[in-house]
Design a protein around this ligand. Structure first.
Ligand code: DC
Length: 223
């Protein structure tokens, strides 16, 4: 049984950045569950399934096999053996993931894989339902939040850094829409676990958030 750190929070709260860094400092595996949902959304859209149609998406879920691999650049996501990592981060694929992640058949398909990884390794796993559903007994649970405007600003910065065009108002609207969908769906909605430590990262640097998570994890592991 590995030591498990669960990190949940809304889109753009900084989960993946700090989880990745904290995992490197703790020598844990970093498991980005959002990337798994993104790969499924991508698959469904590629084969032309209507993502709003639960029955259709559920009928095809058995055709997807998701594997994680690790190399120097971090976690790679394999969709039926194809490395799809480079195409997963776009806002478009994020919206596809948010749509398909509402369906129980999709969530069940990924739950076992996520739990197996956590059983076999020390992991920092980030997502929406890790502390509440996937790893209810995680050694440490963190709930990361930040003001929607701060999250939109971060996302705009990221996109511009990559040389892409980004419109603040549009990104903010997308973030608010995705929060709404993730928080109000019937299965495994985004919410803070009762025993999670809440960190509002609006005014915190990446290093400060990472440092706090590493400190809390070490403290819990000593107990
Ligand atoms: O963290 P992210 O932006 O990569 O996640 C993409 C979408 O996948 C998110 O809008 C909701 C869904 N998701 C989920 O339902 N459960 C998770 N554990 C992780 C992501």
């Amino acid at each position: 049984m590995g030591f498990n750190v669960a990190i949940d929070g809304p889109a753009g709260s900084g989960k993946s950045t700090v989880a990745k860094r904290a995992a490197a400092q703790l020598h844990f595996y970093y498991v980005d569950t959002g990337a798994m949902y993104r790969a499924i959304g991508l698959y469904m859209s590629r084969i032309g399934v209507d993502l709003q149609n639960e029955e259709q998406v559920s009928a095809h879920i058995g055709e997807t096999r998701i594997d994680l691999a690790y190399d120097a650049s971090g976690q790679r996501v394999l969709l039926n053996g194809e490395d799809v990592t480079p195409v997963l981060r776009s806002e478009e694929v994020g919206a596809m993931a948010s749509a398909v992640s509402r369906y129980p058949a999709v969530r069940n398909h990924l739950t076992e894989l996520q739990r197996t990884l956590a059983r076999e390794h020390d992991v920092i796993m980030d997502g929406r339902d890790i502390g509440t559903c996937i790893l209810p007994h995680a050694g440490l649970k963190i709930f990361l939040t930040a003001d929607p405007a701060v999250r939109a600003r971060r996302r705009v910065g990221e996109l511009r850094e990559k040389g892409k065009k980004a419109d603040f108002d549009q990104i903010l609207a997308e973030i608010i829409a995705r929060d709404d969908q993730d928080e109000h769906r019937k299965v495994a909605p985004l919410r803070q676990a009762e025993d999670a430590v809440r960190l509002d990262t609006s005014d915190m640097s990446i290093d400060a958030v990472t440092g706090e998570i590493v400190r809390l994890a070490r403290e819990k592991m000593e107990k």
